[in-house]
Structures are given as C-alpha cells and as structure tokens.
Ligand binder design. Structure first.
Ligand code: IPM
Ligand code: MG
Length: 352
C-alpha cells in the first residue's frame, strides 16, 4: 500500500506557540506511519514573528503556501512586544484573521468535553459539569470582526454585518454536526436588540427546516453566558456569530478546567482546515518549558480526522491525551509541576 502524502503548513507563531506546535508535530509523526500517512511539514512564520521578519503579520507567500496545503497547524499569535493602539501599526492578530478570511474558513469548531479526572480543576462544582459534552460552532469570517471599521474625528466604529449566505453555511455545518451527536442545536444571538441577530435567527430557522431530526432552540447571548455555567451539560451544539462565539468559547473553556485543553478546527467548504488551540500565546510563560501542549495535540487530532481522513490516528492521539490527563504528568495550569517536555515524553510513551 502506498502512503497517502499530505502537505501540512506549521505556523508556530509567537509566545508558547513554537513549544506546543513542536510537541504536536512529534505526536502526528508518531501516529502517521501506523495510519499509512506521509506528512510533509512546511514551517512558516506568522503573527509577531512575521512582523519582525517582514513587517506584516501574514505575507502573501505564507498565505499562498497555506492555500496550497491540505491543512495548517497553528500555535498562537501575539504578545506585549507588538501591542499597540496605533491603527496603522501591524498587529499579530491580523495574521490569524488574514488566514481565516484568506482561506475562507467560515466555521470554527470548538468541542468542550471535560475529562472526569480533571473535575477538580474546573472552578465549577463537579456535579454541575458532569456529563458536559458540547460543541461550539462559531462563525469565523463575518460579523463585527470583518465589517467596516475606522476612526472619524473623535469617534471610532466597528460594524456587524451578516449576509444570508454567510449565516446559512455555518448553520448548515452546525446542524450536520448535531445530527451526528445528540441532535440539538442552540442558536445564540441578541435578536432583542440587533438587526443582524434577527436575520441570524430567521436564517437558522430556514436551515433547520432541512434537518427535521434536529431540535433547534434560540437563546439570547446574555442568558446563554449564564446558562453555560449554570447547566453546561444541557447543551449539545451551540451555533453563534463571530464575536459571541469568541467570548462564549473562552467561558466554556473553564468548564473543562483549563483553556490549555481546548482544541479547535476552522473549516471552509472543502476538506482543508486550520487547526489551533483555543488558548493564546501566553507570553508570561513563553520559553520556560511550562506550556501545556495538550490543546495543540487535540487540535492535531482534529486535523487528522477532518483534513487527512485519518479518524483512527485521531482517535489514537485523543486516547493518549486522555491517558496523560488521567495519569499525569500535569502542567501548572492543571495543578501539576510538569514541564512541556515531560508531557511530550508521556504522550510519545503512550503512543509507542
Ligand atoms: C480566538 C482569539 C482570536 C479571536 C484573536 C487572537 C484574534 O481570541 O481565536 O478566539 O478573537 O478570534
Ligand atoms: Mg478568543
């Protein structure tokens, strides 16, 4: 049998990005042969690292390489070194937003499934999080992140715009995901105030008609922020617009105990995707060898499943992560004292 070869662009980025991407690459390389996969890694710069090297957070060349690849594995971007309020200065985040827009990755999947062994790591009571298994489907290329913005004299503005087609395609993804899960979609909006939310609600109901087997309900975002920690186990698939999804997914991360555990997949119309941990670049611990690489490894597992067609290999990685969570070693964000390298060794040991 000939190995199927995939091109994967690795974008370690800034802060702890290089440390966690390095571990995830080793984990992917460890499971690839058993799944008959060949991985051709192509490492590039993005974010602050790209600003330093090229004056821009994402070069055309890197975007082109990502467009041509089967998948992109990203660490994190940003850090105080590049923080500025100057609207004309380049920002690391523009690299990430440029990739999402440039690759048309409109659906961001962020699963939250707390591991029982970490019930005490969550600030929520164990009985409250028990049974939680939810998926946030966040719209990723529209809304206030990409609407007209600017300054005008003493005013500044950002505009939230959605088209019907933009809502339909992400809603469709959410319903498809729910059909393979517990069959419930909760659409989150602010339809009591925002016109873009009223269009959102209207279109989600239209898409729901195509999925009679999936139950749909609607929730206002302020109430959702409350319900998410009051009764997280009641949610199955959450679908929401870009900024609400940004905020609610950080909140949901606390259910799992640490944002250091949450993976994400950003998908477009085809099989290519961008995979990254939900956490940021953690500049305060960068370079110290303390970073938790598990969210990036779980993101790599999503890459194996969605972009490389290797569900078995994805499962192996997830099982190894599960074993490390249960038996340790644990990094500081999980109450342990282990370093990134200890977790890497344990993962590779579990896979061997
Ligand atoms: C995320 C991050 C990004 C976002 C930032 C870094 C631009 O918070 O992926 O959730 O707001 O989308
Ligand atoms: Mg965020």
């Amino acid at each position: 049998m000939t190995a199927r070869t995939f091109r994967v662009v690795a974008l370690p980025g800034d802060g702890i990005g290089p440390e966690v991407v390095d571990v995830a690459r080793q984990v992917v390389d460890a499971v690839a042969p058993g799944a008959d996969l060949g991985i051709e890694w192509d490492e590039r710069v993005v974010g602050g690292a790209s600003i330093d090297a090229h004056g821009t957070a994402l070069t055309d060349e890197v975007l082109g390489a990502c467009r041509a690849a089967d998948a992109v594995l990203l660490g994190a971007v940003g850090g105080p070194r590049w923080d500025t309020t100057d609207p004309d200065a380049p920002r690391p985040e523009q690299g990430l937003l440029g990739l999402r827009a440039g690759l048309e990755l409109f659906a961001n999947l962020r699963p939250v499934r707390p591991h029982p062994a970490l019930a005490d790591a969550s600030p929520l009571r164990p009985e409250r999080i028990e049974g939680t298994d939810l998926l946030v489907v966040r719209e990723l290329t529209g809304g206030i992140y990409f609407g007209a913005s600017g300054r005008d004299g003493d005013r500044a503005y950002d505009t939230c715009v959605y088209t019907e087609a933009e809502i339909d395609r992400v809603a469709e993804r959410a319903f498809q995901a729910a059909a393979g899960r517990r069959g419930r979609v909760t659409s989150i909006d602010k339809a009591n105030v925002l016109e873009s939310s009223r269009l959102w609600r209207e279109r989600v109901m239209v898409v729901a008609e195509r999925h009679p087997g999936v139950h749909l309900d609607h929730m206002l975002v302020d109430n959702a922020a409350m319900q998410l920690i009051a009764r997280p186990a009641d949610f199955d698939v959450i679908v929401t617009e870009n900024m609400f999804g940004d905020i609610l997914s950080d909140e949901a991360a606390q259910i799992a105990g640490s944002i250091g555990l949450l993976p994400s997949a950003s998908l477009g119309a085809g099989t290519a995707g961008l995979y990254e941990p939900v956490h940021g670049s953690a500049p305060d611990i960068a370079g110290r060898g303390w970073a938790n690489p598990l969210a990036t490894c779980l993101s790599a597992a999503m890459m194996l499943r969605y972009s490389l067609g290797a569900a078995g290999a994805a499962h192996r990685v997830e099982a190894a992560v599960g074993r490390v969570i249960a038996d340790g070693p644990r990094t500081r964000d999980l109450g342990g004292e282990a370093g990134t390298a200890d977790v890497r060794d344990a993962l590779l040991g579990a896979l061997a």
